[in-house]
Write a protein that binds this ligand. Structure first.
Ligand code: PGA
Length: 243
């Protein structure tokens, strides 16, 4: 079941996104959060920090699992997703860092590290709320369009268009890592609830295709149509082709 929430300002976008997380934490302080990086959730994280500072929510008993990480970037690399999460959220709230999980991009054996991440996820049980962005090619996490998709955490080669889209954070596209480790589609779909967030006109076509087109591994986000509880949070531009 897809519930589309179309908002008309960034402020509203962040309030609705953070509100969903905050409501969950207020009813279940031990909730497990699935977290995403990228530009889209940054304002939602800022809003969550504000709610924490006002004493309205606490992350003290929360555990988190991030979707993905670049292979080869150390946790302190300016563009690593571990550093992103620390700077945009974790350093400003009361979460126990030991309860935050981001795939290890510098593991000597990435395949083994992916298995270990899957084991930790299985042990945690079920993610209560998974935050997601969407790539222009329909990727969720770094599950890129392909003939086959993987259920569990795995190493993936990034598509040229994904590396090009993320080049804006690096000095050049050549510096964007060629591989990443990502949670699989199975782990994402196992979440109790999913919040898919998208902003801007450049996401309008892929959202339409993902949410109303056929289910296909060539558009990984289309598989969200099979999930019983997805909230799609969009601004007017991204939601321009959704009714
Ligand atoms: P963005 O990335 O939030 O920076 O647009 C989304 C994604 O590629 O998953």
């Amino acid at each position: 079941m897809l519930n589309i929430v179309k908002v008309s300002s960034d402020e509203q976008f962040n309030e609705v996104g953070a509100g969903l997380v905050a409501g969950l934490l207020q009813s279940n302080p031990r909730a497990i959060l699935g977290l995403a990086t990228g530009s889209t959730p940054v304002g939602v994280y800022s809003q969550l920090i504000e709610l924490f500072q006002k004493g309205l929510i606490s992350f003290a008993q929360t555990r988190s699992f991030n979707l993905d990480e670049y292979i080869g970037l150390a946790p302190d690399h300016p563009e690593s997703y571990r550093r992103f999460m620390n700077e945009k959220l974790f350093n400003h709230i009361d979460i126990d860092m030991r309860n935050t999980h981001v795939p290890d991009g510098t593991a000597a054996d990435p395949e083994q590290a992916a298995l270990e991440y899957t084991r930790m996820l299985d042990e945690a049980g079920q993610i209560d709320l998974q935050l997601l962005g969407i790539g222009h090619n329909g990727h969720i996490g770094f599950n890129e369009p392909a003939d086959e998709l993987q259920a569990h955490t795995h190493v993936v080669e990034l598509k040229k268009d994904t590396r090009a889209a993320n080049a804006r954070f690096f000095n050049s596209v050549d510096e964007v890592p060629t591989h990443a480790m990502t949670m699989g589609i199975g782990s994402i779909l196992k979440s109790r609830q999913i919040l898919l967030m998208a902003k801007g006109a450049s996401k309008a076509d892929i959202l339409k295709r993902a949410l109303t087109g056929p289910l296909t591994t060539q558009c990984p986000a289309s598989l969200l149509q099979t999930h019983p509880n997805v909230v799609i949070l969009v601004d007017q531009a991204a939601g321009g082709r959704l009714s």
